[in-house]
Design a binder for this molecule. Structure first.
Ligand SMILES: [Zn+2]
Length: 507
């Protein structure tokens, strides 16, 4: 009897094993199917890599895996998880950053005219020029300006920077104090920059000081050229610049009209392109200040329309800038914005964590006002209808990872909402917003953070390649210029692959 029982159990055991293995196989197949389906949705998944690209890809993937593994098991710092101010030195030392620096990144479509040039250049070049003055107000604010003869100014007495530097005990320390003024970088951002408003206050102060220097006409001319030099040096071939078009001043205090900036932009661009055939150019998006009254924005819009007429190749359109949280929402200017017929919009929208507020709803107005792209769109993951519209209408979202971290929208960049946008192939471009004031390179640091944190461990260089191509695709270059720029980019990409293989061959 027992013999039969053992036999029955034996058979049942086999049946059980066989059923389990069938179930497990089906489970694993279904699992693989889901993973593959998700992979197909990601940015860059349609690209097919060449043999050489696969080699370079292997280097990128291995390096990132090593960094992630070390962070998980050895508790080493994963740079994107901490404030950029604290991790820049680690990023700079990494092979991934060094490779990304060499990568042709296409265009930077979200930049601002007051933060295009490194702070080092402002200090070492601009403040060393003759006739440069600074003053300190009673409430401890600094201002900078060029004068033939500095006027009497009891509220903020002007002092020659050359004289102050001469009289300083330590010139390097004096220069460092200037550098600190033009930058928002601090050692303890968690303590000094507790809220978004704290950073923005520092940020606006830095711009006011920088403005006093770069609005001096000869400085402005050199500044534009230096900006193109620095972006090209960082392998960025094209820019779209939000520009406030200030009234440039001369040593005697006389000023030009705002449109004179455009003449300088155009002249400097033409000269630069003659010397640098690898540069595809830039375009200007006139940036209105969202703190201004409606009448001032109306005047601004009319100026932009006029400039559109006189500088059709240089002008891209119009945007409202400065802190969305404390400034006026798009809706405040709705009559003025609707009354304009001949201007493309590029609205900063949804640069906030405050869901359901007027800042958040700027995204809705941006779409209704037919924006060409969305600046930041940090809040967009909470707006399914807006998300759908971006995909259907090809409205690119300009993601600026370091800006969002420095301005306290997200601490750990792995939690940045653009990770979702990348996972579902939304029209995304990576840009840098105001890289100079937080001491970032023109675009490489933002691409580093994107590859390390906004992408997953299994995303490969196809994402980087597609993001670079997106920046040209979603630019507002003419179709012919775009085609030329993309052809040029492919040449740069081929050089980049060889450079990476050469630099890593000895490792
Ligand atoms: Zn911006």
């Amino acid at each position: 009897m027992m013999k039969y029982l053992y036999f029955a159990l034996y058979l049942f055991g086999i049946a059980l094993t066989s059923t389990t293995s069938t179930t497990l196989n089906a489970y694993l197949e279904e699992r693989e199917r889901l993973i593959t389906e998700e992979k197909r949705e990601r940015i860059g998944s349609n690209l097919v890599l060449t043999e050489k690209e696969l080699q370079v890809n292997g280097i990128f993937m291995d390096e990132r895996k090593k960094t992630i593994k070390s962070a998980i098991f050895n508790n080493t710092i994963f740079p994107p998880a901490l404030n950029f101010f604290k991790t820049k030195h680690l990023i700079d030392e990494s092979l991934i950053f060094q490779m990304i620096s060499k990568m042709p990144k296409g265009g930077a479509l979200h930049t601002h005219s007051t933060s295009l040039v490194s702070t080092d250049w402002l200090v070492q070049n601009i403040t060393y020029r003759p006739n440069c003055y600074m003053c300190r107000t009673f409430d401890d604010k600094y201002r900078f300006r060029f004068f033939e003869v500095a006027p009497f100014n009891p509220e903020c007495p002007w002092e020659s920077i050359a004289a102050l530097r001469r009289e300083s005990v330590n010139v390097a320390e004096f220069d460092k104090s200037l550098y600190d003024k033009f930058s928002v970088v601090i050692n303890d951002p968690e303590i000094q920059h507790v809220t978004v408003n704290d950073v923005w206050d520092d940020f606006k102060e830095a711009f006011t000081m920088i403005d006093g220097l770069i609005q001096h006409t000869p400085v402005f001319i050199d500044y534009i050229e230096q900006a193109m030099e620095e972006f090209l040096q960082d392998n960025v071939q094209y820019l779209e610049i939000r520009a406030d078009l200030p009234m440039l001043y001369n040593l005697d205090g006389s000023k030009y009209s705002r449109s004179y900036c455009m003449a300088i932009y155009q002249r400097q661009l033409r000269k630069f392109k003659l010397r640098h055939p690898g540069f595809s150019g830039f375009k200007i998006i006139v940036a209105g200040d969202r703190y201004l009254p409606r009448s001032a924005i109306w005047a601004d819009l009319q100026l932009a329309e006029t400039l559109n007429h006189y500088y059709p190749e240089l002008m891209a359109g119009y945007d409202l800038v400065f802190q969305e949280g404390r400034g006026n929402p798009h809706l405040f200017y709705i009559n003025e914005l609707l009354a304009v017929n001949n201007l493309s919009y590029f609205f900063h929208s949804g640069e906030t964590n405050w869901q359901g507020t007027s800042i958040d709803n700027n995204l809705v107005d941006a779409i209704l006002l037919n924006t060409t792209r969305i600046g930041h769109g940090f809040a967009i993951s909470k707006h399914p209808a807006i998300l759908q519209a971006t995909k259907e209408r090809g409205i690119a979202i300009e993601v600026n990872p370091i800006s969002n971290q420095v301005l306290h929208l997200v601490h750990d960049l792995r939690n940045h909402p653009a990770a979702m946008l990348i996972s579902q192939n939304y029209p995304v471009v990576i840009s840098s917003d105001d890289p100079a004031v937080w001491d970032a390179t023109p675009l490489s640091h933002d691409f580093y953070e994107t590859f390390m944190a906004l992408c997953g461990q299994n995303d490969d260089i196809r994402v980087l390649k597609q993001l670079a191509l997106n920046s040209l695709k979603y630019s507002v270059m003419s179709p012919e210029d775009k085609e030329r720029a993309i052809a040029l980019w492919h040449q740069h990409w081929a050089v980049f692959l060889d450079e990476v293989l050469a630099m890593t061959s000895s490792i």
